[in-house]
Design a protein around this ligand. Structure first.
Ligand code: NAI
Length: 337
């Protein structure tokens, strides 16, 4: 009862979990026992587009699975232990990866590289072998580097399809809508701010000029708002004081993006949201992956939209973004090479 009303509530309030088709899908979560993995598993359990939920972690996934499996929605749930990764991946159409360590105060996302790069590479190699046609959604940071790692790993295995590998940057979009709402009085659920570039600090480029409420904001208020969207993650890291980074808002954002992709895969038209994908937009500048509005469809990425007109301030933000983003991407490439 609660789950159904929660699903209805989320759906009505946020359009996060809408369904346009009866076709359903097996979704796997790798890192399901973690701070993000647990609430993400909960939210996927109440998404009507998920028919089967496969929860994997090196520790704790069977417990999470037993727990969420009692929720009164249709989907089947199974938990898998460290040595059961292949079974967890079999038949999965969508694989969400929040596995890896989170930040502590004072750390940048890049500081996580050493630990998370190998975790993501090894998981991607298994996906390439067991579920080569799956759509892979990477939450593990630093996303600017983990996505190139996944792409190269799949490429090495001969199964990279650029339409099926997504860096989840939805939390930046969610934050932009919320923070703009706070300063402008707009309702966050109807506030769409495209956030382009990458997913860390200065690589996060909010395009406030493309929102009716955002375009009037200038001067100090503008600087503060942009900073807050770029570094909002730090607020959570600081407040959690060593206990991790965003988990609940991230789980929400991860479930929201997963639902958008599932709707696209099921044939719904016009599902458009920013995500970090292989993109030609700035390839001439050596930036092979970029987040911009992407139309999601039956093949994953259907269409990558250009970033559109920019204000003078946004031109500067983009100028600052590109070299950093290139460095992060190259670091990911170098790791796999
Ligand atoms: P956490 O430490 O609470 O959970 C991570 C989970 O991954 C743990 O349960 C751990 O056992 C598991 N794990 C580690 N190695 C694994 C492997 N080889 N296979 C399967 N599972 C494995 O961390 P939390 O807070 O859930 O964060 C996870 C990641 O998400 C971090 O890298 C964090 O930086 C990132 N993140 C990304 C955001 C985004 O916007 N894309 C936002 C917030 C966090």
């Amino acid at each position: 009862m609660y789950a159904r009303s929660a699903a209805r509530l989320l759906s009505a309030q946020t359009r996060a979990f809408s369904t346009s088709s009866a076709r359903q899908t097996k979704v796997a979560v790798l890192g399901a026992g973690g701070g993000i993995g647990q609430p993400l598993s909960l939210l996927l359990k109440i998404d009507p587009l998920v028919s089967s939920l496969s929860l994997y972690d090196i520790r704790g996934a069977p417990g999470v699975a037993a727990d969420v499996s009692h929720i009164d929605t249709d989907s089947a749930v199974k938990g898998y232990t460290a040595d059961q990764l292949d079974e967890a991946l079999e038949g999965a159409k969508v694989i969400v990866i929040p596995a890896g360590v989170p930040r502590k105060p004072g750390m940048t996302r890049d500081d996580l590289f050493n630990t998370n790069a190998s975790i993501v590479r090894d998981l991607a190699a298994s996906v390439g072998r067991v579920a080569p046609e799956a759509n892979i959604l990477v939450i593990s940071n630093p996303v600017n580097s983990t996505i190139p790692i996944v792409a190269k790993t799949l490429e090495k295995a001969g199964v990279f399809d650029p339409r099926r590998v997504f860096g989840v940057t939805t939390l930046d979009v969610v934050r932009a809508a919320r923070f703009l709402g706070e300063v402008s009085g707009s309702d966050p659920k109807n506030t769409v701010v495209p956030v382009v570039g990458g997913h860390s600090g200065a690589t996060i480029v909010p395009l406030l000029s493309q929102n009716a409420h955002g375009k009037g904001i200038s001067g100090d208020a503008y600087e503060k708002l942009v900073y807050r969207i770029q570094f909002g993650g730090d607020e959570v890291v600081k407040a959690k004081d060593g206990a991790g980074s965003a988990t609940l808002s991230m789980a929400y954002a991860g479930a929201k993006f997963t639902n958008a992709l599932l709707r696209g895969l099921n044939g719904e038209k016009g599902v458009i949201t920013p995500t970090f994908v292989k993109s030609d937009l700035f390839a001439s500048k050596g930036v092979d992956f970029f987040s911009s509005n992407v139309e999601l469809g039956i093949n994953g990425v259907e269409k990558i939209y250009p970033i559109g007109p920019l204000s003078a301030e946004e031109e500067k933000l983009l100028e600052a973004c590109l070299p950093d983003l290139k460095k992060n991407i190259d670091k990911g490439y170098a790791f796999v090479a």
